[in-house]
Design a protein around this ligand. Structure first.
Ligand code: ADP
Ligand code: MG
Length: 611
């Protein structure tokens, strides 16, 4: 395709030439009109030839060749009017494509263009306006009415009313109280408030989203490549029909008419427009799909693998009991676990830190931290070696592993399905913290809706213990429950589900990242999940709502349907037109106009994916 910037000029030549030629015709100097028409075709033809040479050197044989051929052939046989009409239609079609793509992209562009550039920061009881890049953690910022929050942080005081619609499609504003978390990218829909930044702008959620959107816009969908492949078949068919027509009728005008009807084909235009429109539609609902490939695969998924903690459960766990195995008090144990877990992004870790803060416990800074994602974390607090994590992990940290088993027998029982975090201090078992981690609301309905969308297998894959996993999903109708998985084993589960068709994996943790990458479509819980999972995934839910995977699949299906429909309708109509032209029912000029009508219809159809 030609450079976007020269496209308006390219339309100008044939448009002006056409008008001037008609004026000359009316005033009786027809030969001059033909010359003008021929000359005004040339800029478009030349730009097109340059483009064809360029794409051929990349190995692409697009339908642009037909456009070039029909203009050249029309000029060669003295059909200058047809040539200039094709030139105008072709240049117009390209312009239309730009317009449609721009239109289709609008939600994503809206996300990008909202990015704030400056912020108001307090310094020595004064306010200063700074670039958003200069925001650092712990800066206190004034967020004025209507402003987009530039960095993640917490509300300093009072009440904030936030509009998250651009991020999540959620139209109702939400309220935050002092100390509440505020995500970057939200709009201040109420009075001005003060925010204490918890991260720099660049490390904040919104900047991450913007980076993802930019990446999404640059990836090329396989369906586009599929269309390219169709295009090649169509090119050959067009040339064959044109050749046969000429051979049989010995009438070059008919042959040119055939070529003209085939120019330029909606194939190349419709698919990218539909895909971008679908991506945009999904973005509007808080589902960031990282490109056409992911969107297309999502339309075809047959199996779903879901992680438990933080994905199926809300990640809103509560501490329900603390059982000591040593002389430590409950608060001391929670303080140790929370201090160490400040270094972890695990969903349960964040809960423990939150609980300790809520109890006003002082937290120490952990050093020499090493974490095995999904298993546990160890490090030093004031020269004491401590470890927090699952039972198996803590057992491996004990000097006497037998201690764990004897504690199991003596300690109070806890409800099935409770998440248990174990704690070790200097190689000795210190105790365990029991958390209730409830399922998100509406899981049963979600599963029913997924089944209705032909998702045949739904499998739970968790790093947590078998009894916990079984208890959590009891009665929900999962097809399989795979527990006590390491990150590698999660990958194996995903791969083993491939038999039926593409697999979607949904997860939130660092331990899910490899499985998300291995799945045909990895979906990360973006709002609260880890950055590693969002990076490995093909799609990110910007809202903390697992059920968004249903509209995601629905949008993907509809987009794919519309794209294919546009392709087949476009090819069908063009073929009918070519046959009509071969039998002499269409002049080259009529053919060019007809083809443009088909293009417009097909592009408008593709834009339906926006709705
Ligand atoms: P899932 O795979 O379902 O998301 P995870 O494997 O992430 O579950 O977590 C399962 C268990 O791992 C938790 O119940 C907890 O005991 C333990 N765990 C792992 N890392 C940590 C950590 N940093 N802090 C506390 N517990 C942890
Ligand atoms: Mg998880």
């Amino acid at each position: 395709m030609s450079d976007v910037s020269i496209r308006p000029f390219l339309i100008g030549f044939p448009a002006a030439g056409l008008v001037l030629g008609f004026v000359l015709c009316v005033s009786g100097s027809e030969p001059w009109a033909d010359l003008i028409w021929a000359i005004s075709t040339l800029p478009v033809l030349l730009a097109l030839l340059v483009e064809i040479v360029r794409s051929m050197s990349r190995g692409d044989f697009g339908l642009d060749i037909v456009a070039a051929l029909s203009m050249t052939a029309a000029l060669a046989i003295g059909q200058e009017l047809a040539a200039v009409v094709v030139a105008l239609m072709y240049a117009g079609g390209q312009y239309l494509e730009d317009f449609a793509e721009g239109h289709a992209r609008r939600e994503m562009t809206a996300l990008l263009s909202r990015a704030p550039r400056t912020a108001m920061r307090y310094r020595d009881l004064q306010l200063e306006e700074i670039d958003v890049d200069q925001i650092a953690a712990d800066d206190r910022l004034l967020i004025r009415q209507g402003e987009v929050v530039p960095a993640d942080g917490t509300l300093w005081s009072g009440l904030a009313v936030l509009d998250l619609s651009a991020l999540t499609g959620e139209s109702l504003p939400v309220q935050r109280k002092a100390g509440g978390a505020v995500l970057s990218g939200a709009t201040n829909a109420g009075e001005a408030f003060d925010l204490v930044a918890s991260r720099s702008s660049e490390q904040s959620t919104y900047a991450g989203i913007v980076r993802l959107v930019e990446a999404a816009q640059h990836s090329k969908a396989p369906m586009v490549r599929l269309a390219d492949r169709y295009a090649f078949v169509f090119l050959v068919a067009t040339l064959a029909i044109a050749g046969i027509t000429w051979f049989w009728t010995q009438d070059p005008v008919r042959m040119v008419a055939v070529l003209v009807v085939a120019t330029p084909c909606p194939l190349i235009l419709a698919v990218p427009v539909a895909i971008v429109a679908g991506l945009s539609r999904a973005a509007h609902q808080g589902i960031l799909i990282k490109g056409g490939k992911a969107l297309e695969t999502m339309a075809r998924i047959r199996s779903l693998v879901v992680d438990k903690t933080g994905t199926l459960t809300g990640g809103k766990a509560r501490v329900v009991a603390i059982h000591a195995a040593s002389t430590l008090t409950d608060d001391e144990m929670l303080g140790i676990a929370a201090s160490l877990d400040q270094a972890s992004k695990h969903a349960i870790a964040q809960t423990l830190v939150g609980e300790a803060r809520a109890r006003g416990l002082p937290l120490a800074i952990p050093t020499e931290v090493t974490e095995i994602p999904g298993e546990g974390i160890r490090g030093k607090l004031h020269d004491r070696t401590v470890a927090v994590g699952g039972r198996r992990y803590i057992k491996s940290q004990l000097v006497e592993p037998g201690q764990a088993a004897s504690f199991d027998i003596s300690a109070p029982q806890h409800a099935p399905g409770a998440v248990v975090v174990w704690l070790a201090c200097e190689g000795k078992l210190a105790g365990r913290i029991v958390l209730a981690d409830e399922l998100r609301a509406g899981i049963e309905e979600l599963l029913a809706r997924l089944r209705a969308l032909d998702v045949e297998r739904i499998v739970l894959a968790t790093g947590d213990r078998r009894d916990v996993a079984d208890a959590v999903v009891a009665g929900l109708g999962f097809d399989a429950v795979r527990a006590e998985l390491t990150p590698d084993q999660k990958v194996m589960v995903v791969l083993s589900e491939r038999k039926l068709g593409p697999v979607m994996m949904v997860g939130d943790g660092v331990n899910d990242a490899p499985a998300l990458a291995a799945a045909d479509v990895g979906v990360a819980m973006g709002a609260k999940g880890t950055a590693a999972s969002a990076e490995a995934a093909d799609a990110v839910l910007l809202v903390d709502a697992l059920d968004r995977i249903v509209p995601a699949i629905e949008i993907a299906r509809r987009t794919r349907f519309i794209a294919l429909e546009s392709v087949y309708a476009g090819i069908g109509l063009s073929t009918l037109g070519m046959i009509a032209a071969a039998f002499g029912y269409l002049t080259p000029v009529e053919g060019a106009v007809l083809q443009e009508a088909i293009d417009v219809a097909v592009i408008l159809n593709a834009l339906r994916a926006l709705r």
